[in-house]
Design a protein around this ligand. Structure first.
Ligand code: GLY
Length: 401
């Protein structure tokens, strides 16, 4: 009798387990990475071919009809698509990709002389920086040196920063605006300083990073978007936003630029203060109660309509790439936590929710970014820089594995 009862219990248990829906095992991360890179390659070749007859244009976003919107080399995003092509060439060694990468890189060449904004670092280092890294072509190196000379013309020693914007309609109220995004331009300066043995490039980069560390961050290590400086005293005269929800909010891409910027400063210059800053910024982002489960941030951490607020895939991709690198500079639980969040972000961005369909979304790789919410432009669209940092993150994860 006892035997029979045990047998019946086992049968019931087996039946219950059999009826419980079984979770599908998660795809191995290496498969996600390889499949996403393969898709990015196909999509980017379509993009490259689509602009073959417009030799001065570069991909920017899509318009309200869903059609590709392009820009000339002077727009700040011009270097990202050449950079995507270089990363994909690095992955596959495909000659076609190299030819297109070269073609699109040369479209940006004239920007080495740009002195009227700070974006020369983005434009030249994502394009020519990757081109030189993968080809050792001396001509590319020279372009980076010239661009670095152009960038430091914007440095003001009283302020201790490179000026971001000149007088523009949106920046008239500021005497000397410096935006957190500007940290990204320092990578080119540090690289050029070391490569060309130019201490001035290094001094400017270091001073800018130190000044930004002093004035751009709140006590919780979130950052303002714009700090405007008084050029007579060198002190901040305004702490504002241009692209965030409010002056005191944490605009998601701004937090991403700051994180990436200080991780990069630590890699290039090895100062522990930069590593500490990067860890503090990462912890602000990762512990934020408004960071969703899937780890792709809302466009602003303080957007008033959370959880209905739009996500920003570009911020997610930049944070992801930075966290993968940062996980290699810390140890133990911290390292594992950073890598786990980066893995979650890569899986989310590589899902059907964020990845475009082949030949759709203007041939961009990712959907769902936010460019400039207060301006009402580039809202819930693909953005070329989201693609760049996503592909960079895929490559970084692939190398780690
Ligand atoms: N650097 C401009 C932006 O992040 O939108």
């Amino acid at each position: 009798m006892k035997h029979l009862r045990t047998t019946i219990s086992i049968l019931i248990l087996a039946f219950v387990i059999g009826c419980t829906p079984q979770e599908k095992p998660e795809k191995p991360l290496s498969k996600v990475v390889n499949e996403s890179l393969a898709f990015a390659e196909k999509q980017s070749l379509l993009m490259a071919q689509s602009l073959k007859d417009q030799p001065t244009r570069l991909p920017k976003t899509i318009d309200q009809q869903g059609e590709l919107e392009t820009c000339g080399s002077e727009w700040w995003v011009s270097g990202f698509f050449p950079g995507v092509l270089w990363y994909l060439y690095e992955n596959s060694n495909d000659k076609q990709l190299k030819d297109w990468a070269t073609n699109y890189t040369l479209r940006v060449e004239d920007q080495q002389y740009t002195t009227d904004n700070h974006d020369v670092g983005f434009m030249i280092f994502c394009s020519f920086g990757n081109a030189y890294r993968l080809t050792n072509n001396e001509a590319y190196k020279k372009v980076i040196e010239t661009a670095s000379e152009s960038l430091i013309t914007r440095f003001n020693p009283m302020v201790g920063c490179i000026r971001s914007w000149d007088e523009a309609p949106w920046s008239k109220q500021w005497e000397f605006p410096v935006i957190i995004d500007n940290m990204m331009n320092l990578e080119m300066l540090l690289w050029a300083g070391k490569t060309f043995d130019n201490p001035e490039f290094i001094k400017v980069a270091e001073t800018h990073a130190n000044t930004t560390m002093k004035h751009h961050f709140r006590d919780d290590f979130s950052s303002y978007h714009v700090i405007s400086y008084d050029t007579l005293t060198g002190e901040p005269e305004a702490k504002h936003t241009a692209q965030g929800y409010s002056h005191e909010s944490a605009w998601a891409r701004g937090q991403a630029w700051g994180l990436y910027g200080y991780v990069m400063m630590y890699r290039e210059w090895g100062n522990q203060a930069y590593l500490k800053q990067a860890v503090n910024i990462a912890d602000f982002i990762l512990n934020h109660p408004n960071l969703p489960e899937d780890k792709i941030p809302y466009w602003d951490f303080n957007a008033p309509d959370i959880p209905e607020a739009l996500r920003d895939a570009s911020a997610g991709a930049i944070i992801c790439s930075a966290l993968i690198e940062l996980s290699g500079y810390v140890s133990g639980k911290k390292s594992a936590d950073y890598l786990a969040v980066a893995e979650k972000q890569l899986r989310t961005l590589s899902s059907r929710e964020y990845l475009a369909d082949l030949g759709k979304s203007g041939n961009f790789i990712l959907k769902h970014s936010v460019g400039h919410m207060p301006n009402g432009t580039e809202i819930d669209v693909p953005l070329t820089y989201a693609d760049y940092y996503y592909v960079e993150a895929l490559m970084r994860m692939k190398k780690l594995q």
